[in-house]
Ligand binder design. Structure first.
Ligand code: AMP
Ligand code: MG
Length: 408
C-alpha cells in the first residue's frame, strides 16, 4: 500500500503548469501570474496631501510661541490639479486630499486645525486663514515612492491575484498581465443510482452529490470545470463520457465512484482497457481505492464514490495537482497545531477526520463532528477542519497535539 505522500509525489510528477497568455486586468481575478511584475513607477508618483487642509511653509509657523498664525491663501488646489507657482513667505494654499503639494510647501495643516473648519462643500477658499496647531511630524504629506519604488519586484510569478493585487496593479497602470490560462477539468459521476438534483427521487435512487460538490471545489480554485454529468454503469456509457473529455481537450479528468471491486465498477475497467491505470490502495482513511492514471494521454483521477471520501481524495490528491496546473508553487498545505479534546482511536491508516477547531483561551482545540462514516456529509458540513492522524498511530489520548487543515 502506498503512503499518502508517495501517492501525492507520483501524481504530481505528471503535472506541469498550463500555458500562459495576456489577460486584461479586469478578468484576472484568481489567475496566477506567469511573470514577475516590476513596478513601472514610484507609488505614490508625487508628493501629495494626506488631509484636506492648507499647504504651508513650516518656517512661516515659527516660533511656536507666536500661535495662532494668520496666512494669506493664494491658491486653491484640488485633487487632479498640478500647481506650479511656489508659495511665497506668509502664503498658503487650500488643498484637498490627494492633490500635489505646491512648490515650497512642506506641510499640510488639517482643516480641523484652522479657522476654515466649518466650511461646507462648495465654499470658496478664504482670503486668509488662521492656523491653530502645528502639523504632525510627517506634515500630513504622503511622499513620492514611500510605498514602492520604480523597478521594485512587487509581485512574483506564481502569485494568485486577489482584489488587493489587482488594485495595486491598477494603480501601477498594468492593464494586461501575463498569467496562466485557467486549467480545464472534466468532471463526471458514475452510477445507475444517481439522479440530478432537480429530478424527483424514485425508490433506490439518490441525488448525485459529487458532481455539485467537486465542481464547486474546483471552481473555487480558479479551474474551468466541464461537467459531463453521470455515466451509467455500462462500459459504453463510461467510454462515451471519457471520450467527451478527450474531445474537450481538458487538462485532467476527475470521476467519482466505479473504481472499487463492485461487479459494475466500469470506470476502472474502461480506463485500464483504453489507457493506463495505476490502481492504488493508498494507506489512508477515509479513502477506499483511489485510481490515478491516464485516459488517452489525459491525467485521470478516479475518486471513491462516497461523498466524504471523494471530498478528502480531492483535497489530498486533486487539489495539489490543480494548483500545479494553475502555475502555483508547490508548497505543503498550511497545517495548524491543535489539541485533541477527546481521545481518538484510529486503525493505523493516515486519517483525515472531520473536526471543529475552536479557540479556547488561546489554545486551538479540535473535537470530532461525531459520525465519521464516509457517506455522512452532514458531519463534513459541520466541520471546519480535517484533523490528521498520522499513519501508524492507533490511539491518540486527549490533549495530544495533532495537525489540522482548516477548510474554507
Ligand atoms: P461505488 O464506488 O460506485 O461503489 O460507490 C460507493 C458509494 O458512493 C455508493 O453508496 C454510491 O451510491 C455512492 N456514490 C457514488 N457516486 C455518488 C455521487 N456522485 N453522489 C453521491 N453518492 C455517490
Ligand atoms: Mg457505483
Amino acid at each position: 500500500m502506498l503512503s499518502v505522500q508517495e501517492a501525492q509525489k507520483q501524481i504530481l510528477s505528471h503535472f506541469n503548469p498550463v500555458e500562459t497568455g495576456l489577460c486584461p486586468l479586469d478578468q484576472a481575478l484568481g489567475r496566477v501570474l506567469a511573470q514577475d511584475v516590476l513596478a513601472g513607477s514610484d507609488l505614490p508618483a508625487f508628493d501629495y496631501a494626506a488631509m484636506d487642509g492648507f499647504a504651508v511653509r513650516s518656517v512661516d509657523l515659527a516660533p511656536a510661541s507666536a500661535s495662532p498664525w494668520t496666512l494669506r491663501v493664494t491658491a486653491d488646489i484640488r485633487a487632479g490639479d498640478f500647481p506650479e507657482s511656489p508659495l511665497q513667505p506668509g502664503e498658503c494654499a487650500r488643498i484637498m486630499t490627494g492633490a500635489p503639494l505646491p512648490p515650497g510647501a512642506d506641510a499640510v495643516i488639517k482643516v480641523e486645525d484652522t479657522s476654515h473648519k466649518d466650511a461646507s462643500p462648495g465654499t470658496p477658499a478664504p482670503a486668509e486663514v488662521v492656523i491653530y496647531e502645528l502639523p504632525s511630524h510627517a506634515g500630513n504629506i504622503r511622499r513620492r515612492g514611500e510605498d514602492l519604488h520604480q523597478g521594485d519586484r512587487v509581485l512574483e510569478a506564481g502569485t494568485r491575484l486577489r482584489g488587493q493585487e489587482l488594485g495595486m496593479l491598477a494603480m501601477l497602470g498594468e492593464a494586461h498581465l501575463t498569467v496562466h490560462r485557467k486549467p480545464r477539468l472534466a468532471l463526471l459521476s458514475s452510477g445507475d443510482e444517481l439522479l440530478p438534483v432537480d429530478a424527483p427521487l424514485t425508490p433506490g435512487k439518490i441525488h448525485d452529490t459529487n458532481s455539485y460538490m467537486l465542481s464547486a471545489m474546483a471552481e473555487a480554485l480558479g479551474i474551468e470545470v466541464l461537467k459531463l454529468g453521470v455515466a451509467r454503469d455500462s462500459e459504453g456509457d463510461v467510454r462515451s463520457k471519457l471520450m467527451q473529455a478527450v474531445d474537450l481537450k481538458v487538462d485532467a479528468i476527475v470521476s467519482s465512484a466505479g473504481v472499487s471491486m463492485g461487479a459494475f465498477d466500469y470506470v476502472k475497467y474502461v480506463v485500464e482497457k483504453d489507457g493506463e491505470l495505476g490502481f492504488w490502495r493508498v494507506n489512508m482513511r477515509p479513502g477506499k481505492p483511489l485510481a490515478f492514471g491516464h485516459y488517452l494521454g489525459i491525467p485521470f483521477f478516479g475518486l471513491p464514490g462516497n461523498p466524504v471520501s471523494s471530498f478528502v481524495g480531492f483535497e489530498v490528491f486533486v487539489h495539489p495537482a490543480l494548483q500545479r496546473l494553475s502555475g502555483l508553487p508547490l508548497r505543503p498545505r498550511p497545517a495548524l497545531k491543535v489539541q485533541l479534546a477527546d481521545p481518538i482511536v484510529s486503525d493505523g491508516r493516515e486519517s483525515y477526520l472531520r473536526a471543529v477547531v475552536s479557540d479556547q483561551q488561546g489554545r486551538l482545540v479540535a473535537r470530532l463532528t461525531d459520525h465519521q462514516g464516509s457517506g455522512n456529509i452532514f458531519s463534513l458540513v459541520r466541520a471546519n477542519a480535517l484533523l490528521i492522524v498520522p499513519s501508524g498511530v492507533k490511539s491518540v489520548p486527549a490533549n495530544s497535539e495533532l495537525e489540522a487543515w482548516l477548510l474554507e
